[in-house]
Design a protein around this ligand. Structure first.
Ligand SMILES: Nc1ncnc2c1ncn2[C@@H]1O[C@H](COP(=O)(O)OP(=O)(O)O)[C@@H](O)[C@H]1O
Ligand SMILES: [Mg+2]
Length: 586
């Protein structure tokens, strides 16, 4: 006896609904995507009780004729593809023809639609039963109302959360679509209260401003980079603003919002050494890649895609974000942080570009500062070994007059404004990159001590040393056990003439005991950040003119000049326009 029978379509639709319709937010997503596919310029979304009672989406798109309105509820009824060949390079959000029948199988649905203002069609159906069709009057476009979600599948209804968390999921869905399609107006209301109104926006920044405030939008940094056929653009958070609160992320590929943990990780990797461990930046990234290098049909709600060459895409993202963080503009501006939240336009990178050496080559070798930071007056306590020997970098450049303020900041003026550099943070950044370079190259210069010194340590400090011994070796520390809890130090690196090796080693080991960052990943970065902090000039140290100039040049030659290694700014800027404005001269 044969046992296989083809499922009735109502049952098949309910099964499909399990994949497509998980909760009210999935209904919102499918309906809004349909509106976008229909060419809507404005979409109005209103929900009741977190979408469990009602989800209604109105659009001003092309509408449907009466027979299409009915067919739209049929499984695999779609106007978007016709043959399997159309599957490559799909441009619409939908194409499976599954959403409306799936929704209809687990809820009550009403579709009102018209292709022009005037006569239209109303289709109603519930629980996958046969639909009723009637005539109606309306303006061009379509309104789909879905009520009593899961009224006929109590087992699924049990999994719905409270109104508030369903509502939160809906906001997330609408926000994501609003970021994706900035040419369209979005309005969203919950239980009759307007919660979002986003008019068409000319840029991602303007749209972010409409969603979360202009001040927040203005605080983000532009990402804009091209690597071969891959284009990466968007907005990312300044390292100095990255906090521990939950962060927002948005990612789209070829105009389709997706989730992709790998790409987010690549973007976060770009922040290495600029933000504190355990904090994560807000990221809004848009990628454009060749259409035939991705597969979008791998996920029922199209939330994920497959890349042919994921590695290259991730490297492109990391580089693009790194470049965004590498500009002087990436530092916080004085105007924002100290003058009552009034935004000062960030000074252009040229402010320092024009003040020092010739423009930076496109791909500055990592840690150039380690070798080429030279200033014309020679001796430098801050920077780098033997500047005098490097004729090749004795280029023509001018450094503006530098003034030390409060033994803490280095100030200079420029055509566009005033700049303050934090001497400790800046030096820390310089040393961090130089030490990282030494660690990678294993070529640290090290000075043999005429008189070796000993350190007697606590058991925890000794353990910290043992864990990091290989890194200390590579950095140029030559250290041996000296019985009990003591170490003897024969040679030390010489990052600058004020370097106090004994104190640095002692302070570094003692602060390494304080944390359990002993998991191998990132241990060397943590160690180097700590050593750099301990080895850098402090606030309170008086700097000579030559030292300030050396620091200035060395900082300029780092990869990420605007950020120290703890997630703070090294530089703040105050534009003349802001100064003029405050004096009433503007
Ligand atoms: N808001 C709308 N405006 C115009 N046509 C729509 C709208 N919503 C759905 N349709 C039509 O109904 C069809 C089925 O929709 P759906 O079940 O979501 O499948 P898909 O979007 O995958 O094609 C669509 O292909 C489209 O022709
Ligand atoms: Mg659809």
């Amino acid at each position: 006896m044969s046992v296989i029978s083809v499922l009735p379509s109502a049952v098949a639709n309910q099964i499909a609904a399990g994949e497509v319709v998980e909760r009210p937010a999935s209904v919102v997503k499918e309906l809004v995507e349909n509106a976008l596919d229909a060419g809507a310029r404005a979409i109005d979304i209103s929900v009741q009780e977190g979408g469990r009672a009602l989800v209604r989406v109105s659009d001003d798109g092309i509408g449907m004729d009466p027979s299409d309105a009915l067919l739209s509820l049929a499984r695999h009824g779609t106007s978007k593809i016709h043959t399997s060949a159309d599957l490559t390079g799909v441009r619409t959000f939908g194409f499976r023809g599954e959403a409306l029948p799936a929704i209809c199988s687990v809820a009550r649905i009403e579709i009102e639609t018209a292709q022009c203002d005037g006569p239209g069609t109303r289709v109603t159906a519930a629980g996958g039963a046969a639909a009723e069709v009637a005539q109606t009057q309306r303006r061009r476009g379509t309104t789909v109302s879905v009520s009593d979600l899961f009224y006929n599948s109590p087992a699924r209804a049990k999994f719905l959360r409270g109104s508030r968390s369903e509502w939160r999921a809906i906001t997330e869905v609408v926000t994501t679509l609003a970021l994706t399609r900035r040419d369209v107006r979005f309005d969203l209301a919950h239980d009759g209260r307007q919660s979002m109104g986003a008019p068409p926006a000319p840029s991602l920044r303007v749209r972010v401003g409409a969603l979360w405030g202009v001040e927040y939008a203005d605080s983000l940094l532009d990402v804009d980079d091209v690597a071969g056929p891959i284009q990466v653009s968007g907005l990312v958070e300044r390292p100095a603003n990255v906090g521990t609160a939950t962060r927002r992320t948005f990612l789209s590929v070829n105009g389709r919002a997706i989730r992709d943990a790998g790409i987010l990780r690549a973007a976060e990797a770009a922040y290495r050494s600029t933000i504190a461990a355990g904090t994560r930046p807000a990221l809004y990234l848009e990628l454009s890649v060749p259409a035939d290098s991705i597969d979008v049909n791998v996920h029922p709600t199209k939330a994920e895609i497959r890349f042919q060459d994921r590695w290259t895409v991730e490297r492109a993202v990391e580089r693009a974000v790194r470049r965004a963080l590498g500009t002087f503009d990436a530092s916080a501006s004085l105007g924002r942080s100290f003058f009552g939240g009034i935004a000062a336009p960030g000074l252009s990178p040229q402010i320092i570009e024009s003040a020092v050496l010739a423009p930076q080559a496109d791909d500055t070798p990592l840690f150039q500062s380690a070798t080429s930071a030279v200033e014309p007056n020679g001796s430098s306590a801050i920077g780098m070994a033997d500047p005098a020997e490097r004729d090749d970098v004795r280029a023509e450049f001018t450094i503006p007059p530098l003034t030390q303020l409060r033994r803490t900041y280095i100030m200079f003026e420029h055509e566009d404004g005033v700049v303050l550099i934090d001497q400790h943070s800046a030096h820390e950044r310089v040393l961090y990159e130089a030490f990282m370079h030494d660690l990678a190259a294993g070529s640290a210069d090290s000075q043999r001590l005429l008189l070796p010194f000993t350190l007697s340590l606590s058991a925890l400090e000794l353990e910290a040393f043992d864990q990091n011994k290989q890194y200390f070796d590579r950095l140029g520390f030559e250290v041996e056990p000296f019985g009990g809890n003591a170490l003897i130090v024969h040679a030390v690196p010489l990052p600058h003439t004020r370097f106090d090796a004994e104190r640095c080693l002692r302070d570094t080991l003692s602060s390494l005991t304080g944390d359990r960052a002993s998991a191998a990943a990132g241990r060397h970065e943590h160690l180097i950040a700590t050593i750099s902090c301990k080895a850098a000039v402090k606030s309170g140290d008086v700097l000579s003119d030559g030292e300030m100039r050396a620091l200035f040049v060395a900082l300029r030659d780092t990869n990420l000049p605007a950020h120290d290694v703890h997630g703070r700014s090294t530089i703040v800027q105050l534009a003349w326009t802001e100064v003029d404005r405050r004096f009433g001269r503007a």
